[in-house]
Design a protein around this ligand. Sequence first.
Ligand code: CS2
Length: 489
Amino acid sequence: MPRLSVATLAKVPAGVRLPDYDRSAVMPGIVHLGIGAFHRAHMAVYVDDLLKDNPDWAIVGASLRRPDTKEALEPQDGLYTIAVRDASGTRPRVIGSILKVLDANTQREELLTLMASPQIRIVSLTVTEKGYCHDPATGELDQNHPDIAHDLANPTAPRSAPGMLVEALARRKAAGVEPFAVMSCDNLPSNGATVKRIVTRFAALRDAALGTFVADVAFPGTMVDRIVPSTTDADRETVATLIGAQDAWPIMTEPFTQWVIEDHFPQGRPPFEKAGAQMVADVEPFERMKLRMLNGSHSTMAYLGYLAGYEYISDVMGDADFVKLIHGLMTEEAMPTLDMPGVDLGAYRDELLERFRNPALKHRTWQIAMDGSQKLPQRLLGTIRERLKAGQPFERLGLGVAAWMRYVTGIDEKGENIDVRDPLAMRMMAIAAEAGDDAEALYVGLSGLTEVFGTDLADNQAFGETVATHLDDLFEMGVKETVAELVAR
Ligand code: CS2
């Protein structure tokens, strides 16, 4: 079977949607840092919808860590397939909006030169929570982060996302080129304002005038949403059969997609709204809603579900007790903390439950469980803080936190090792090894991680009682019993 590429595009079966624009005539207007599966299922598709009428907004992608996406897409001229899946089938579409992928490690100068050129008016990012090199509890730059230390010592050859942005902005400043807008598409709380704070701080540490310059750059906030499981070899085969060509890295995703964008792009932007994005003045309420409802449920299902032996989110949704738990977490504990005039939160919740049920999606609990130390603050702990302030219970959210603590011990209920992927994994497993099977000691050790819990939660008695009690139950009764008991109350 031939490889997907411009040359083989004509052989793709009729019925598969292809780029509807002349790819040789489009020009890059966006550089995207972190060219992973999420970006390719989300923003790149919106841009693909728009290029026909807006040909100067194509994307050049860059990977900051691994060259694997570049290696997969280069022989395909940047083309790849998204396969939208649900119970009714799998629908492929070929996306062409990414013209090229650069590997920041080996093509740094080419990337920085492009980012500094006036034709690039937006630099967007999906580098995951940990890619911003910040303290997740406070949202401040982590000056001790090894990549930040490296980039401050070698500012013109950066390797972190803040370092790349600031060096490109410094070159624009020196050349008298207006700054690009920086658009984070990661699941951080107040992602625009947070990333602005981090990047401005980094710039100020390089030099005060640069800090002042970056403080004036636009960092529009966004709420991004589409569920994108990791691609498997079986998926590659499915896609090859559907499109009649080999695609080294197709993206599997769900029908649902949402993008809410703060409309603040001084150098212009593509008409994202024509592709279905919502342009708003204040994106934070949408972000909060999504992080607390979708991602808070996701993380809770990931830790509990993994420990209960459920491989996929759709398996978790096959357990009536877990469904009750998640329904209750959203309805009783998350929704009361949200103020969303004009949005039917009950309908939003029901749609989420339906999306979680999607039997074709194969979204691994283990995948979502990754990097919990970076995710918990915005997914569960912020909601818990508000519940505490209001004197309201947070049993289900507390169980989610306890399940994370149980998970990061690195040993499951059968005594098997868990492959815990997290920047704090080593420290957490050392804490767990010291605590042994003493739930209270484990709670005290883990809640002392200030970059996750800040300094307020560890000392909070109600928080400690709720989480430590659940943690004890998880050890004593096991996950399924603990969930069953909680929802029966
Ligand atoms: C998930 C998210 O992996 C995770 O942590 O919760 O990637 C989730 O699928 C997306 O945010 C959905 O928009």
